[in-house]
Design a protein around this ligand. Structure first.
Ligand code: GDP
Length: 304
């Protein structure tokens, strides 16, 4: 349904390329494998992951002697699913937070424009729908627009937001938010933070300080550091993942804008390459257009 629609462009592009790659061939041979390698790389699966997939298919060709190109789709689906199942990430099927951590604190990081605010709004909506009490914190104090946008989402989802004026100390906003959440006996806190990558040391210092100050209120906070990446930027998303994981301990990923792009393969590469699980995917601008990433559903939908 939503996932199929969200991946439409990626699928169309992928299968057009795949059909070209096997045109006039009935058997999977070296030429077909070379073409397939190119198809995967240009679909933003990433070079490392592509090579692993090709190697697996080569092994199957060697083992089974004959592989028809008509079976290639099914084989790709199996091999990619098996590759992704080597890590036990991306197996969740619903929005949930651990019951024993209250409030559960999610710190959201990512550069401007990737869909950070939208993802926070959609997440707040999902948690609220499950009857959880959510509080938002506007700790991206660098841009007035960031605070305003988060306020728009807070109004829309009807959840409380803690904010200060632009330019105030992000750590102070985070502290206030957690205190307010504890006072209200909230279940989930989602903190928006600034993501200016141009100055890595500053970013690192700022995030470290925000974390340290939050821990004065909730000892283990943040329970989750969620990095938001724009899937439509393909290799840039890989690059940002590298940089943010170097600046702070990222514990999960959200990949957005998969609906508008043919680069959906990026999710396969990112979930294979980073030790960090992709937890959510954005497949549209609407409030419902966020999904829990389940690698099996994703592969099924992609190779259908
Ligand atoms: P931020 O600067 O990272 O907070 O980005 P925003 O949340 O303001 O989003 C930037 C733009 O991307 C907005 O126009 C959003 O509607 C759009 N956007 C966010 N997520 C998605 C998505 O999954 N799909 C699509 N098509 N657009 C998205």
């Amino acid at each position: 349904e939503t996932l199929d629609k969200g991946l439409e462009k990626s699928k169309t592009s992928f299968f057009t390329k795949l059909n070209k790659a096997v045109a006039g061939k009935s058997k999977v041979d070296d030429d077909v494998l070379d073409n397939l390698e190119e198809v995967l790389v240009t679909s933003d699966v990433g070079v490392d992951t592509t090579l692993k997939v090709i190697e697996r298919i080569e092994e199957r060709v060697a083992r089974d002697k004959y592989l028809g190109t008509s079976e290639l789709n099914q084989i790709l689906r199996e091999e990619i699913a098996s590759l992704l199942s080597e890590t036990n990430v991306g197996e969740a099927t619903e929005f949930s937070v651990p019951q024993d951590k209250r409030p559960f604190v999610i710190m959201v990081v990512g550069v401007n424009g990737v869909g950070k605010t939208t993802t926070i709004g959609k997440l707040a909506y999902q948690f609220k729908k499950q009857g959880l009490k959510v509080v938002l914190g506007a700790a991206d104090t660098f841009r007035a627009a960031a605070i305003d946008q988060l306020q728009v989402w807070a109004d829309r989802v009807e959840v409380p937001i803690v904010k200060q004026q632009m330019g105030s100390d992000p750590a102070s906003v985070a502290f206030d938010t957690l205190q307010s959440a504890v006072n209200q006996d909230a279940d989930v806190v989602i903190i928006d933070t600034a993501g200016r990558l141009h100055n890595k040391v500053n970013l690192m210092n700022e995030l470290t300080k925000v974390k340290r100050v939050m821990q004065k209120v909730v000892g283990e906070a943040p329970h989750d550091v969620l990095l938001v990446l724009d899937g439509s930027t393909g290799q840039n998303a890989f690059e940002q993942a590298k940089q943010f994981t170097a600046a702070t301990e990222v514990t999960s990923l959200a990949v957005t804008k998969l609906d508008g792009t043919a680069k959906g393969g990026v999710v396969i590469g990112i979930s294979d390459q980073f030790k960090v699980p992709v937890k959510y995917i954005g497949v549209g601008e609407g409030i419902e257009d966020l999904q829990v990433f389940n690698k099996f559903e994703f592969v099924d939908s992609f190779f259908k």
